[in-house]
Write a protein that binds this ligand. Sequence first.
Ligand code: PLP
Ligand code: COI
Length: 349
Amino acid sequence: MATSKAKKDLDWADLGFKYRQTDSRFSSTYRNGVWSQGELLDSPMISVHEGAPALHYAQQCFEGMKAQTAPDGRVLLFRPDLNSERMNQAAGRLMMPQVPYELFIRGVEEAVRANYAWIPPYGSGASLYIRPMLIGVGENLGLRTANEFEFRVFVSPVGPYYKSAGLAIISLAVSEYDRAAPAGTGAYKVGANYAGGLLATKTAHDLGANEALYLDSAKRTYIDEAGSANIIIAMKGGRFVTPKSNAILPSVTRRSIMTLAEQHLDRIIEDRPVDLRKEIGDFEEMAACGTAAVLSPVGKVWVDGQWHTFHDNGESVGPVMQKVYDLLVGIQRGELADDNGWTHEVRID
Ligand code: PLP
Ligand code: COI
């Protein structure tokens, strides 16, 4: 497909994180055990049967990725193999068919390429958010797996997830609701985990926080994760810790940050359960991380009726999180050497 090099006339620095309809989306259908070749569609609408298991029983999963423009104009994805792998783990958990990597990456690349005009330019601080999704469609009534599936990829140019630009300091409020049961679907990116989180997010907003912070639902003691991001902590005394749990999403961003911290920070790295109330006094810096959230330093957390503040009383970004952010974003934007081979170029011509 011929791709125009012209860009849309958007205020790239002020996009916010919201859906913007772009020109094309990729769609492939699974019927009788076979995926169709897939095609680019103009319409953002999906027409599905009223009995579709995606609608009634939440038989669906999704991914979140970003494409960024490098200083030399290349368009870069970040570790798309991990998103494909995670989508297939969710598909297996919800009894949906696997999406072969070849189909996944072709769908993502075609959707990005066809919407070249919508990819924010280098230096704007914005990126092209990519939303691959797998939904169970087709006629159904009883609780059983769908007989047809759609794999779709749409894109939308976005700015920062939390309101302010750049490295926004956010606040979290420990939720009274549980996100995921220990052997439930918490480790999978499935829509069912998120509908239940809407009220938790609203409750956090009512307390003046940006997001809910979930504790483990078995003991309500250990940190699980935030509503849309994993947690990382720089402890007083030098350790760099991420809470381990079977019920959290295995964040691509967090796994990458832990590797970068091991490679570039002079600190002991730990992936272990973190007892919030016992250990919060030892937190020097805390942050939430994810594709949408990137790395968002946490200035304060609401726990048992009071705020706990971290580095500089939550007034400024601490040096550890600033360094990790600079490394991560520098690699994602193609500004720093990609020694781990994480970026994946989408060829435009
Ligand atoms: N945790 C939850 C619940 C999420 O929705 C996300 C977003 O994808 C993350 C963590 C971060 O994961 P990733 O870094 O792969 O985007
Ligand atoms: C992402 O970070 O990609 C997500 O899917 C989080 C979502 C709640 C916007």
